[in-house]
Structures are given as structure tokens and as C-alpha cells.
Design a protein around this ligand. Structure first.
Ligand SMILES: [Zn+2]
Length: 69
């Protein structure tokens, strides 16, 4: 393998203008559910999977509120 460590990196990192800022929709009640668009996020919230996760989330909140010992 050829080592090119003797070549100094440029002061200004190349390709900075190719960075794209993306906003994602992350569902806080469904583990690791990420939607790319608002439409996708809305469709996710209508899904059975989300409904079940949401119910479980509410139950977990109830437990943490109720437990004062
Ligand atoms: Zn969800």
C-alpha cells in the first residue's frame, strides 16, 4: 500500500460547499424511527406501530408519575 502521509492537507477542507443540512423527523416514542419528510412522519403517526409505541410510552409515564416512594 502506498503511503501519502508526506503530502500536507490543504488549509481549507475541500468540498465544504457540498455539505447539505438535512432536517429529519425523529419520533420520540418509537425507537429509532426517523422520517425524512413531514409527510412520512405524518404517515408514521397514523401507523399501528406508532400507536402501540405511544400507548406504551403513556403507560411508562403513568408508572413514573405514580411511583413516589
Ligand atoms: Zn412513532
Amino acid at each position: 500500500m502506498y503511503l501519502s502521509s508526506c503530502v500536507p492537507l490543504p488549509l481549507h477542507p475541500p468540498g465544504l460547499n457540498h455539505l447539505v443540512k438535512q432536517s429529519l423527523f425523529v419520533c420520540a416514542v418509537c425507537p429509532k424511527k426517523v422520517s425524512q419528510t413531514a409527510h412520512e412522519a405524518l404517515e408514521h403517526c397514523k401507523s399501528r406501530e406508532h400507536y402501540d409505541c405511544y400507548q406504551a410510552h403513556l403507560k411508562a409515564l403513568e408508572v413514573s408519575w405514580g411511583g413516589e416512594d
